[in-house]
Design a protein around this ligand. Structure first.
Ligand code: BJW
Ligand code: ZN
Length: 260
């Protein structure tokens, strides 16, 4: 494994020759847009809880208003921020490869829409979307207006979730909580993309949460080069061929420049 502070000539040669690139992104790629990562300490109304405590169906069952308001507030925050140079570099790289007959696929653990707003096509949202809603009991989709919170200020108090028009149960966010299955189609598409890639880029994830954290390891089956972008070592750094130690807002534009 090579730990690097910049894109070297060797890495440039590797990237330039790759026509099929698979990118696996996590919360770190949205950090420079102002979206807190999942494992950062929380503030305001939620400071006594870790995000891991709130992202479960048990938490929603026992404290629905608290969990619901956390998600509505996070939606507000995401709507108030913009994609950063990491997102736009991936969109540019994807467009460049597609124009040349290749492809760059993005599978993200993120529930935000910043890749899309940067102009990229996302192959798989492995943990769902924070902007989708469905009934917690019957699964009926629910359309809701944009939340009225200021995403930079904590809401004054928790609000109850709305109820399902079909069965009257509570409406929940369309994300994947701990203990729940990932959407099979998204996981299969991400696996296939990694298996058919010439190079795999893993950006901004701690590599803690399964089964998403095991996706990059599929690249090892064919000896496909793995590149990690993260300012610090992650749980999956040891499996990487190259670790670019820095923020994705700097490293992804450098990789895209090397590629195109
Ligand atoms: C930067 C940066 C910058 C900062 N530039 N980088 C095997 C072993 C042990 C446990 C399990 C296992 N298999 C399954 C489990 C259980 C569980 C799990 O993995 N638990 C772990 C905590 C151990 N997994 C599940 O429950 C999954 N389901 C499942 O396995 O189903 C099968 C099953 C069903 C029933 C019974 C048994 C099995 C579901 C997982 C769902 C995860 N959902 C969440 C919440 C989504 C909704 C929401 O957002 O609220 O997804 S959890 C949370 O973690 C969120 C994230 O997508 C996910 C990953 O986090 P991520 O992206 O890595 O963020 P961070 O914050 O951890 O890291 C950020 C990184 O960025 C850091 O490294 C920074 O350094 C870096 N960074 N600035 C680049 N500028
Ligand atoms: Zn229902």
């Amino acid at each position: 494994m090579q730990v690097l502070s910049h894109v070297t000539d060797e890495l440039t040669d590797l990237i330039r020759s790759a026509t099929r690139v698979a990118v696996l992104s996590g919360a770190g790629i949205s950090a420079e847009s102002g979206v807190p990562t999942f494992r950062e300490a929380q503030t305001g109304l939620w400071e006594q809880f870790s995000a891991e405590d709130l992202a479960t169906s048990d938490a929603f069952h026992f404290a629905p208003a608290l969990v619901w308001t956390w998600y509505r507030w996070r939606q507000s925050l995401i709507l108030q921020v913009e994609p950063n140079p990491g997102h736009t570099a991936l969109a540019r790289w994807q467009q460049g490869l597609r124009a040349a007959g290749g492809d760059l696929s993005i599978a993200t653990q993120n529930v935000d829409d910043l890749h899309e707003r940067a102009g990229a096509h996302v192959l798989a949202h492995l943990h769902g979307s924070i902007f989708d809603h469905r009934c917690a009991e019957c699964g009926e989709p629910a359309e809701l207006p944009v939340p009225g919170y200021d995403g930079f200020a904590a809401p004054p108090e928790p609000e109850d979730p709305p109820t399902c028009t079909a069965c009257g149960a509570l409406v929940r966010p369309g994300v994947v909580w701990f203990g729940e299955m990932l959407p099979m189609e998204a996981f299969d598409a991400a696996s296939a993309a990694v298996r058919s890639a010439d190079v795999v880029v893993v950006a901004g994830t701690s590599g803690i949460v399964q089964p998403a954290a095991s996706l990059p390891l599929l690249a090892l089956e064919r000896g496909t080069p793995l590149i990690e972008i993260n300012p610090v070592e992650s749980d999956i750094s040891d499996a990487m061929d190259y670790c670019l130690r820095g923020p994705s807002g700097t490293m992804l534009p450098a990789l895209a420049d090397a590629a195109l």
